[in-house]
Design a protein around this ligand. Structure first.
Ligand SMILES: Cc1cc2nc3c(=O)[nH]c(=O)nc-3n(C[C@H](O)[C@H](O)[C@H](O)COP(=O)(O)O)c2cc1C
Length: 201
């Protein structure tokens, strides 16, 4: 018989990492080591994925490449300025945003699925991978922010990153050392409010 044993220390460490992770707005200037970034990507790849499609791809953007990404998206936004009144402000925002962390880890979904159900499963798997990455980074003492917005729908961003036009940008994960002391915080409603129990003795 398999006995269900709980390793209380390991369980507490995992719960703490999940509970303690928060989206950061500011980052210190030092980049994490390449070895650590590789470890985070490894953690991401252990996400559940139906049919073992491994639909994720990772593009690590650092140094001057961040500005290149920002310019590509900003230029694209400015080309739409006649129909998009806030394009200039958005372009300026993008140029600033890409510099806020030393590393931007882009998570993309390769869209090979032949039907909507599998496509959704692949997207879900990529989101699980991203969360693995965030929690692993937090456990390693790094700060993160998962960001989407305009940039995630930018054809210019995909071209710059070498992502196929048909594929999906799941998120830009801003990654760096915390700018100051990391404070727990955040707000969630009680999980009981979101839960119903059926057939539970
Ligand atoms: C799919 C997804 C997209 C997100 N996009 C953005 C974004 O574009 N900009 C942003 O500031 N935060 C973004 N966030 C972060 C959420 O705003 C953040 O998780 C939420 O405020 C809760 O805060 P916490 O991460 O500290 O728990 C995104 C989160 C997810 C899951």
């Amino acid at each position: 018989m398999i006995k269900h044993q709980i390793d209380a220390t390991a369980a507490t460490a995992v719960f703490d990492a999940i509970r303690g992770r928060r989206s950061a707005s500011t980052f210190g200037p030092e980049a994490p080591s390449r070895a650590l970034v590789e470890q985070l990507i490894e953690a991401a790849c252990w996400a559940p994925n139906h049919h073992l499609t491994e639909p994720w791809r990772f593009i690590v953007v650092a140094g001057d490449a961040r500005a290149g990404l920002g310019e590509a998206v900003a230029d694209e936004l400015l080309r739409t300025a006649t129909t998009r009144p806030k394009a200039a402000a958005e372009a300026a925002g993008v140029r600033t945003k890409v510099r806020r962390a030393p590393v931007i880890l882009v998570v993309a979904q390769v869209r090979t699925a032949t039907d909507d159900v599998r496509d959704l499963e692949d997207y879900a798997a990529c989101c699980c991978a991203t969360q693995n990455l965030l929690v692993a980074a937090h456990a390693a003492g790094l700060a993160t922010k998962w960001s989407t917005g305009t940039m995630a729908h930018s054809a210019a961003a995909k071209r710059f990153l070498g992502i196929d036009a048909a594929d999906r940008i799941v998120g830009f994960v801003y990654l760096g050392v915390p700018a100051g002391e990391m404070v727990a915080g955040g707000r969630r409603s009680p999980s009981a409010d979101a839960t119903r129990w059926l057939g539970w003795a």
